[in-house]
Design a protein around this ligand. Sequence first.
Ligand code: TC6
Length: 699
Amino acid sequence: MPEAIGYERVGDIVILAADNPPVNALGHAVRQGLADGLDRAEAEGARGVLIYGTGRTFFAGADIREFGKPPKEPHLPELCNRIEASPLLVVSALHGTALGGGLEVALSTHYRIAVPQAKVGLPEVHLGILPGAGGTQRLPRVAGVEAALDMITTGRHVRADEALRLGVIDRVAEGEPREIGLSYLRELLDEGASRRPVGEMPAPAPVDFDAVYAAVLKKGRGQLSPATAVRAVQAACEAESFAAGLKRERELFMELMNSDQREGLIHAFFADRAVGKLPELEGVAPRPLAAIGVIGGGTMGAGIATAALLSGLTVTMLEMTPEAAEAAKGRIEGNLSGALKRGKLTSQQFDTLTTKALTLATDYAALSEADLVIEAVFEDMEVKKQVFTKLDAVCKPGAVLASNTSYLDINQIAAVTSRPQDVLGLHFFSPAHVMKLLEVVIADETAPDVAATGFALGKRLGKVSVRAGVCDGFIGNRILSVYRTCADHMILDGASPYEIDEALEEFGFAMGPFAVADLAGLDIGWAVRKRKRAEALDPRARDSAYADKLCEAGHFGQKTGKGYYDYAAGAKARVPNPEVMPLIEAERAQQGITPRAFSKDEIVRRYMAAMVNEAAKVVGEGIARRPLDVDVTLLYGYGFPRYRGGPLKWADMQGLPELLADIKRWAAEDAYFWQPAPLLEQLVAEGRSFDDLNKEAVS
Ligand code: TC6
């Protein structure tokens, strides 16, 4: 028997113990081991079988790395049926996270016990599939249709106490899984308890599945797996037999398994885990972090301070005046009161954070003991240089000095200090206590342990940290500025902001670029345009002034009530602002452009090609280490639909030769904007993909 499953006989009980670190995924050896273990237990005349996992968890699911490869028998659905059909009394003892196929195995056993800290769930929809080993048929039979639909369509992890209430497990007990499982099984055998196969339970009563399907589809913004899973649960109620329900589940599972969305979501899963793994930081210890300083208590600084306080760090907030410091404190309290309302914080913790853990200051000397200082002041190089000169004078040796700039040159900032090795960029996204992305910007002289400290801070704050090199806008904002420019060009040529937003929202973006601009504030883009024009635009670059005119009229987006949209009826009820199209039409007339129609497909194709092309430059120049770093940046900071995997995964799935051909075709109209990325040309010439680069970098 493969070692992935240990076989132990204790009297008339057989214990099958999974040993497949790190998460006891149900790979081939584990499945085979379970099947063989059951055969042997039955052949040897045991009365009961206990299944549990050694190490940190029960089975955390099917082995995702096997997806897309030829499946090997025994398949998980058959294994689950085999377990359920065993004439012996089979019990599972759960700890850690019994997820996906792991919970499906547990549901196939006749009784389930869990430690109080255990969590269970069917998170397959997050991987673009559905529970395909009987989960959609068994869970509704034990927990009811409503609870099953909730768990399966959201994929949420359910704590043991709730799982007990829902009937997903039968008992919760303190102790080691092996011991609690054994004593439960012994008790059941002593009582003469009978086998209890879930597949033999009556089918649950149906609900209005069409209504649930429609609601779930809408909520998924184009993601198919949750809605498809609804149809599988429907089969649990409506199919003529349990076996027929399983068959329907299988068909729907295979549909999803063969979809691009499955490929995109699984890419995102592994990219999330690979992004923080940088060979140059392996074994590099971060510097100690207990007390941090934040300079500037505006929205960004207050958000950073809030995240730091919530992670248990002490924070000194430095502002120019006592009044400004108090205002910053007010913002932090406002952010924390959100956590208080959501029950993430008790009022006592709130008081401790705002009185003891937070110190207000107006004198740089207050930062002398900080382990790390993040400046979040006005985006102006001279202002930043002054701040870093002062920090250099007061901070203790070894303190990490970070700038939250979103595009300025960290090398220039570091150069004003006597310790450029201690300087890096930590680019948070607003609101910083909510947004998951952190770009850790490594400058020329940043020391490895300072980079490691940036990642350690990110982890502590619950962020997804991406390493970025220095350039205007780093990874995310640099790419953003190019695909935004592409959208501006399409407007000049005939598309409306509303058509563009609609096309991209249908593609799966949370919000289209013009709705996002309204949310962020149109003054931000206005300032960037002014800066770029002041730095002298390349004469070949197309420019337009209609958006400036919108700003000149006082329309900055949501905060002034009008931008591209009119928000008189509320932020969600956006309607086009009637002032916008006349400004655009006047601009087209002035530039002598005859507008043409854009289909939604063309809008998406151009926007995405611009994004991919710039992303390829960012990877080619080493600003992002691997294509997956770009994907993670766009997924967590820019509302890119996760089920498409990220722009470079999307590009691979579209076909790089076709994308490059489009870019070259469009270069005939605007050779300055559509300059093919050398890396894209190279990959096409070599017949390779972005994912090949990921694999080479990770292996
Ligand atoms: C399913 O079951 C379908 C069934 C139907 C079939 C018909 N497979 O996240 P961590 C790796 S679908 C392979 O850093 P944590 C992970 O890549 C599955 N590998 O740890 C990482 O490897 P690395 C349904 C897996 O403590 C390492 O384990 N199940 C799998 O923060 C540690 O992972 C899920 O969707 C896997 N299933 O979180 C659960 N899972 O060290 C997915 C993890 O080489 N997993 N790895 O980078 C999770 O949600 C989390 O990993 C966790 C542990 C909560 C289990």
